[in-house]
Design a protein around this ligand. Sequence first.
Ligand code: GNR
Ligand code: NI
Length: 185
Amino acid sequence: MALKQILTEPDKILREKSLKVNQVDEDLQKLMDDMLETMYAAPGIGLAAIQVGVPKRVIILDIGLRDKSESTNDEKQVTRKNPMYFVNPEIITKSTNNSTYEEGCLSVPGQFAEIERPDKCHIKYLDYYGQPKELVAEGMLATCIQHEMDHLEGILFIDYLSKLKKSMIVKKLTKQKEQLDRIVI
Ligand code: GNR
Ligand code: NI
């Protein structure tokens, strides 16, 4: 496994629309393994392939839900609880009820905002082995799935904020990047 660099706003690649995966093969599984390692290292609870510069419709999540049967004091479980892999995810239905969560994004470092989204969603996707699956998600899981699926369309959570709030965040991140560039030079 290998760590990948996570792209941050403003980076035009994050605005690309990701392409459907034709085949879940070894190369794609390697990408998913690398994404998982990168996400755990960040640390984060979700990651879309485009965040590591790969415009494929692949997302991974680990929001820490685990099977009730699993032991709780296994040390490895602290960082790696329940990885979930979604290839070519599609929304079948979304709830008309909304809920609000404070969202963050590894591509928008250090910034958080309350975002309203449908509180449930029913999705279909291919799993790590390319098998078709369906899932009804609610709560934090539903929020994260929608956040990650937005990445596949080139959408970031800051796009839902007012123009003023969004531009302040983009300005801040642009400045941070310029300062980093100066250090690198
Ligand atoms: O790590 C993450 N935390 C998070 C918190 C609330 C709502 C969504 C997220 S996803 C984010 C990781 C990320 O940027 N995924 O694209
Ligand atoms: Ni994100």
